[in-house]
Every structure is written in C-alpha cells, then in structure tokens.
Design a protein around this ligand. Structure first.
Ligand code: ADP
Ligand code: NI
Length: 214
C-alpha cells in the first residue's frame, strides 16, 4: 500500500518534470529521493513521509511562483488528497515542502522533523560536488548570467528578496551558497559526504580562477 502510493507519485512526478530545464529535472528529484533513502538507513523515520517529501520537494518552487512559499504545499495537498494518506502525514509532508528551500545565507532554517532534515540534506548535497558545479552553471545559463566577473563581489544575502533579485555571475553563487552548505547539514552522514563534495568544489574554483586571471 505504502509502496504503491510512492510508486504512483514517482511516476506522476517523472512525467511532470520530463520537460524541466532549470536544474530541477526528474533526475535531480530521483537523486534526492535515493540519497534520502541512503541517509535514512538505520534511522527511525516514516517511509511514506520521507519518500513522498523527497519526490514532491520541488513540485512548485517559490523562486518560480512569484515568491509564494506556499505554492508547493498547495499543489502537493491537492495531489495527496487523492490518496489514502492521513491528514497528519499530509501536514508533515507539506511542512517539509514549504520549508526545505535555501532562501539566503542569513535566513533561518525552519525544518524540524528528522524526515525533513534528511530530505533537506539530500537536496543540498545535490547542489554540491561535481553535480552541484554542473547544476550551478546550468542554472546560470538558464538565467542568462555570466560565468565569472572578478569586478562583481559576492554578497551574503540578508533576506530572500535580495537573494532572488541577484543577477551576479554564477561563480559568486559558490560564495553566496555552495561553500556554506557543508556547515549547514543536519545529519552526521550528510556532513561526511558534504565535506568530500566541498573539497572538490574548492579545487574547481581555485583552478577556474587560475585559468581566468591571466
Ligand atoms: P533548492 O533546491 O535548495 O531550492 P535551488 O532551487 O536554489 O535549490 O537551486 C537549484 C540549483 O540551481 C542548485 O544546484 C543551485 O545551486 C542552483 N542555483 C540556484 N541559484 C543559483 C544562482 N544564483 N546561480 C547559480 N546557480 C544557482
Ligand atoms: Ni531540489
């Protein structure tokens, strides 16, 4: 029953995200789903809440919905009402979807449940390492941003509006978010993976700057 619901939702999301080109494609969702399962191994979590939250975490990103932070949970609730899932579990899933996203270096994190912490770690790990580098430049291209401009300094954003309005080159995103992620992991397992991915990104940025500053 639980597995059937998860399988159904994964098929729905796979078809919904087939055409997505901003870095939240099906394969991002798939990696977050699988990484969430890996991080949850040996922990006491609710399988349905964990996996459905992972599958639906980007269902309607606030960045693409005029800053409406509830856009995701509204869409998720409509979908989940078609399944035999308790209201309590739907509420837990919706809370995770509304609060998972990074909204600026100085904006407080509101995730509290273990399932939420795990899915948030899995989502953030996918913004790090080799895949994180690829996604950052992919997103930058999608947004028409330049790769590197040494004259534009990185900024630690105070609020989500400033973070959202930024038009800075993609390399700045490493200082504004990606290099901060290793210290923002919730779970011990994710911290270890994050350290490895962090080192890889640092090496990449050093090399890129070396090649650019001729
Ligand atoms: P989250 O899943 O935490 O909401 P985002 O939606 O912010 O993550 O980001 C999706 C992907 O796009 C990530 O790999 C992220 O690093 C990248 N990204 C987001 N904002 C920028 C930006 N300003 N410049 C480059 N890449 C970005
Ligand atoms: Ni995501």
């Amino acid at each position: 029953m639980k597995n059937k619901i998860i399988q159904n939702i994964s098929q729905y999301i796979q078809s919904e995200f087939a055409q997505e080109t901003s870095g939240h494609d099906w394969w991002h969702i798939y990696r977050v789903w699988k990484m969430s399962q890996k991080l949850a191994r040996g922990e006491k979590t609710d399988k349905l809440v964990l996996e459905v939250s992972a599958l639906l975490h980007d269902i309607a990103d606030w960045k693409f919905n005029d800053g409406d932070e509830k856009a995701g949970s509204k869409k998720a609730r409509k979908l989940l009402d078609n399944y035999n899932i308790s209201k309590d579990k739907i509420d837990q899933i919706c809370h995770i979807i509304d609060n998972i996203s990074y909204k600026g270096a100085k904006v407080k994190n509101k995730i509290e449940s273990l399932e939420g912490k795990i899915v948030q770690d899995a989502d953030r790990l996918d913004a790090m390492g080799a895949i994180g580098i690829a996604r950052a430049f992919h997103y930058g291209g999608y947004k028409g941003r330049s790769i590197y401009d040494p004259e534009v300094r990185p900024v630690l954003h105070e609020n989500k509006k400033a973070y959202l309005d930024s038009t800075a080159p993609t390399l700045n995103h490493f200082y504004e978010k990606l290099f901060l992620l290793k210290d923002m992991m919730n779970t011990e397992k994710a911290k270890l993976i994050a350290q490895k991915r962090h080192k890889y990104m640092v090496k990449f940025v050093i090399e890129l700057k070396k090649e650019c500053n001729i």
